[in-house]
Design a binder for this molecule. Structure first.
Ligand code: TMP
Length: 207
């Protein structure tokens, strides 16, 4: 099995982190070495940047600052964790990556998407995912799933912001259909997992 870089995208509450855990467990049982990680985050420098980005007190953060911090976190994460893990032959499962920046800072914050793509290529040494699962869910369903937790700076954005994010993901999934698989995130957790595992086996193991 060659090293693989698999990303998960979706609005808050779409179930990405649960599905990453389930997929990691299944792939480990099958004997594959995996690294599961998240953005913004991963190595300590990137986790520190995450705390700045999600801090509720930083309501004055400018979109440009936000974009550069997400990219700084990613540059460190890619160089320190993701690329080395791929070089060791691992399957890397990552909760969010460049497409989150296109959706949140591009579509929802209205920053230039071509510029974001160029910045992403610079920050990641042009590392692209082999496959991206979009767990698609209505904004209303996503909201209701996270309503009981303490919301962070991004989660507190208005509903219209989250609609722009979801719509942009669906556009990306169409324009990058060679690497995207869209999954209905409203299905049962275990059913979603079975779909994801089946897609993985079909695509990479030819089953
Ligand atoms: P999480 O809640 O999925 O851990 O992600 C943290 C938040 O950061 C989430 O609201 C999405 C947002 N985000 C961006 O706005 N741009 C990005 O590039 C990334 C990776 C996340």
């Amino acid at each position: 099995m060659k090293p693989l870089f698999i990303t998960f995208e979706g609005i808050e509450g779409s179930g990405k982190s649960t599905q990453i855990k389930l997929l990691e467990a299944a792939l480990t049982r099958e004997g594959h070495a995996c690294l599961s990680t998240r953005e913004p985050g991963g190595p300590p420098i990137s986790e520190d940047i995450r705390r700045i980005l999600l801090n509720n007190e930083y309501i004055q953060m400018q979109p440009e600052t936000e974009l550069l911090l997400y990219m700084a976190s990613r540059a460190q994460h890619t160089a320190q964790w993701i690329i080395p893990a791929l070089e060791e032959g691992k399957i890397v499962l990552c909760d969010r990556y460049n497409d989150s920046t296109i959706a949140y800072q591009g579509a929802a914050r209205n920053l230039d998407q071509d510029f974001i793509s160029r910045l992403a290529a610079f920050a990641t040494r042009s590392l692209e995912p082999d496959l991206t699962f979009l767990l698609d869910l209505s904004v209303e369903q996503g909201r209701s799933r996270i309503q009981n937790r303490q919301l962070d700076r991004m989660e507190k954005e208005a509903i219209a912001f989250h609609h722009k994010v979801r719509d942009q993901y669906l556009i990306l999934a169409q324009s990058q259909s060679h690497r995207y698989i869209v999954i209905d995130g409203s299905m049962d957790e275990s059913i979603i997992h079975q779909h994801i595992l089946k897609h993985f086996h079909t695509r990479f193991l030819g089953e």
